[in-house]
Design a binder for this molecule. Structure first.
Ligand SMILES: Cc1ncc(COP(=O)(O)O)c(C=O)c1O
Length: 401
């Protein structure tokens, strides 16, 4: 494996050319380090939206004139494009339900599908230390079922102290009644790949698995075939498309067949235009390379913070050092300082032009006391930005450590 600093110099010229494709960054008042909240958009996405809205905007599935026909074809093509991007092994069987985002996707699944899939005494596994969007829908489903007189057991996903799923402990909790397991691909606070490729070995072939891919799509290759998951949700806006479009993908090989319920209304055509352009852009740019870059930048930041002992980086510690052979951190670095409250740290960083998030990041069960500073990277972030950030964090540490 090339060491992260080697990756940064090998890919430097490529990265500079990629960064140039983000118009917002050329006039930016500082460093955008909040891509886990929402990602910036490359020119290709902005151009595709502009082109669509100025040359052929219409509704889909309604009219028969050329603009309407083109839009209907676009929606169908985009659904196929999403399946291809996810490495869907059976695109003729699966379903892509276009929704507003990850939150909407998971809630739709919980209330339109899960409640009909489960029977009295069934068990579901819920990751209670993940994003709230991947926790509250499953509780809601349990409550709906309870009102129908169906009692299900909600089993808490066990975690290791590092924030990883404790797959050994999970193995002991799985029973023949375990019907559904909700997981996250990359944790939005700890930043690590949650080892989903090992999940099936632990839970066996039967349970339905739902993957929250909000923080992995566009950051690393996401293959539903390799991960062997049954449902997948992601948000367009975190994947360089426009806000307001998201996907619930259903494999439809385990459990009840999923199909969108009821009258769906007009699709978010502009959102789909942007999503198709974003997926094309990821493929042309190379998701593997994007992952190498952001992982290496994250390793540079974590390695620097590791030398300043008043800072503590959350999540898997094996991923910290730049020389570590375990680089599971995917460009999200979340930390606290021993003496400076996260909100204050966030304020000072903002004053210096660093756009980071400083709170508890919508993590389920987190209280304001759990606040931390999250630096979340994408391919457009540079070594120079990280080094300037490290310089400021070191200076603050010298003042307040
Ligand atoms: C892991 C994860 N899941 C779900 C969500 C919710 O995404 P959205 O607000 O786009 O619905 C987020 C947003 O930050 C997230 O990080």
């Amino acid at each position: 494996m090339t060491r992260p600093d080697g990756v940064l110099s090998e890919l430097a010229a490529w990265q500079a050319a990629v960064r140039d494709q983000f118009p917002i960054l050329s006039g930016a008042p500082g460093s955008y380090l909040d891509s886990a909240a929402t990602a910036q958009k490359p020119r290709a996405v902005l151009d595709a939206v502009q082109e669509y809205l100025t040359t052929g905007n219409a509704n889909a599935g309604r009219g028969s004139y050329p603009w309407a026909g083109r839009t209907t074809a676009l929606v169908d093509r985009c659904r196929r494009r999403i399946k291809g991007f996810l490495d869907d092994p059976e695109p003729d069987r699966s379903v892509v339900h276009v929704v507003g985002g990850t939150t909407a996707a998971l809630r739709t699944l919980a209330l339109d599908w899960l409640v009909d899939h489960l029977t009295d005494g069934d068990e579901i596994v819920v990751p209670f230390a993940d994003h709230e969007a991947n926790v509250s829908p499953w509780r809601e489903a349990r409550d709906v079922l309870a009102r129908r007189g169906v009692r299900i057991e909600v089993v808490a996903m066990p975690y290791e102290p590092s924030g990883d799923y404790d797959l050994a402990a999970l193995a002991a909790l799985v029973s023949p009644r375990t019907r559904f397991v909700a997981v996250t691909h990359v944790h939005h606070v700890f930043g690590v790949d949650m080892n989903i490729h090992r999940l099936r070995d632990v839970i066996g072939p039967e349970p339905v698995v739902c993957l929250d891919a909000a923080q992995s799509l566009g950051h690393l290759p996401v293959s539903v075939r390799r991960l062997d998951v049954d449902f997948l949700a992601f948000s367009g806006h975190k994947a360089m498309a426009l806000p307001g479009v998201g996907v619930l993908w259903a494999r439809n090989t385990r459990g009840r067949r999923y199909a969108p319920r009821g009258w769906e209304g007009s699709p978010n055509t502009t959102g789909l235009v942007s999503l198709e352009a974003a997926l094309d852009w990821f493929e042309e740019t190379g998701v593997e390379r994007i992952a190498l870059w952001t992982r290496a930048l994250g390793a540079r930041l974590t390695a620097a913070l590791d030398t300043l002992d008043a800072y503590r980086v959350l999540g898997c510690q094996d991923s910290l050092a730049a020389g570590s052979t375990v680089q599971r951190r995917q460009g999200i670095v979340t930390f606290r300082h021993r003496g400076i409250p996260a909100a204050d740290l966030g304020f000072v960083l903002s004053e210096h032009g660093f756009m980071v998030r400083a709170n508890s990041h919508c993590q389920a069960g987190a209280t304001p006391g759990d606040a931390s500073v999250r630096v979340s990277l994408h391919v457009y972030n540079t070594v120079e930005e990280i080094d300037r950030l490290v310089g400021l964090l070191a200076a603050l540490n010298a003042e307040c450590g």
